[in-house]
Design a protein around this ligand. Structure first.
Ligand SMILES: [Mg+2]
Length: 396
């Protein structure tokens, strides 16, 4: 089998990859809906993979892997990798999870990082009210993540929260030493959210990036009595193009609250120090940023050898991304916690993708399906209307 074309269309903001072959089998991949700028980057790889056998996934990906980088630039390679697995599965008549070694679980746990309701304000009461709505959502999530401090608007919305310089309009650029008021505000909001969730639902907090090491330690220690699931990306994370494992190690070794990072990291080599130096308790690589499905599995296995847990990031990965997550999560070792459930954004995505269960999530779990490849595909007739100018031949 040979690759005959690599196409990319921006559908509802998401770069969608479609690889075609000389045997009529095609494969799909998707990058985050926040990355419509990636189309030329995806197409840059076209000449590197044309004529290759897509079922030799690793050989094809090894031709382009070195030409990617940390978020957002690893997404193009990652989406192509997913599309190759889709083809390899269809060609073999097997679901992707079988090609990864087979499943170790029949249903996979997901956590909530994407089913959101607008925050009406930034007081503890507002956070409690918002958490109550998420707790009631029909997916019955057993873990809910909320943004606090520098992740979201809290740092700039609460007066005298920190000593740093606000960066209005630019996400993930805030940071600096917290005021005592700021630190106490985070703790008060977290207590309010825990009061709502009780012991039934775990609370994870996406925190930064932007914390200083002393504040990270102070916050992690202050929250110890609350049994938080994890504190995510306090120091580096999101679009930070580096890791700083030694700083994370200082925080992690100072507290019993689990410390988490990794959603922006590209490739297994950049996780090595986090594991070998025992720098964090949990990693959250995004298969659609880190280099793909197999890359994430290798990271999970190496993490497991070092007692590190994994909760893959995925909030904006869309419905094809969701399928990739399900196959991957089915195969991960027992250090797997849950992946971050991506929603269809905009909501019309649910009308143009076929193959997902309905409802998708039941009591915080998704049943793993058995159809070949990723097991999802476009309803082409319904999807065509969402193709933008220049992408009209995407499905041809
Ligand atoms: Mg995050």
């Amino acid at each position: 089998m040979k690759i005959t074309d690599l196409k990319c269309a921006i559908i509802g903001g998401s770069p969608i990859v479609r690889i075609t072959t000389d045997e009529g089998i095609d494969g799909l991949g998707q990058a985050e809906w926040a990355k419509p700028h990636l189309k030329p980057h995806v197409l840059y790889y076209r000449d590197f993979i044309l004529g290759q056998d897509p079922t030799d996934v690793e050989r094809v990906v090894s031709r382009i892997r070195r030409l990617g980088s940390f978020k957002p630039w690893g997404a193009a390679v990652s989406a192509i990798e997913v599309a190759l697995w889709d083809i390899a599965g269809k060609a073999a008549g097997l679901p992707v999870y079988k090609l990864l070694g087979g499943k170790v679980r029949d249903k996979v746990r997901v956590y909530n990082g994407a089913v959101r309701f607008p925050l009406e304000g930034h007081s503890p009461g507002h956070y409690a009210e918002n958490m109550a709505r998420m707790k009631e959502s029909r997916e019955g999530f057993s873990i809910i993540k909320q943004g606090i401090a520098f992740h979201g608007e809290m740092a700039d919305a609460v007066p005298d929260f920190y000593y740093g310089q606000p960066q209005p309009g630019v996400r993930f650029m805030q940071g600096g030493l917290l005021t005592e008021r700021g630190l106490k505000h985070i703790v008060a909001c977290t207590e309010a959210m825990k009061d709502v969730l009780g012991e039934e639902v775990g609370l994870a907090l996406d925190c930064g990036p932007g914390f200083t090491v002393p504040d990270a330690i102070r916050l992690a220690r202050a929250l110890e009595p609350l049994n938080i699931m994890w504190l995510e990306d306090m120091l580096t994370g999101d679009y930070t193009p580096y890791v700083q494992p030694d700083l994370y190690r200082e925080v992690t070794s100072s507290t019993s609250t689990p410390i988490h990072t990794g959603e922006q990291i590209y490739l297994r080599q950049n996780f090595q120090d986090l594991f070998e130096k025992k720098a964090v308790n949990i990693v959250g690589p995004d298969p659609l940023d880190v280099g793909g499905i197999a890359e994430t599995k290798w990271i999970a296995e190496y993490a497991d050898l070092h007692g590190v847990l994994i909760a893959p990031h995925g909030t904006a990965d869309g419905l094809i991304g969701l399928a990739a997550h399900v196959h991957l999560a089915a195969t991960l070792p027992r250090n797997y916690i849950a992946f971050e459930y991506p929603t269809g954004t905009p909501a019309w995505w649910y009308d143009i993708i076929e193959g997902l269960p309905d409802p998708i999530v039941v009591d915080s779990f998704i049943e793993v399906w058995d159809r070949p490849g990723l097991g999802v595909g476009f309803n082409v007739q319904a999807a065509r209307q969402y193709l933008s100018g220049g992408d009209e031949d995407f499905f041809d």
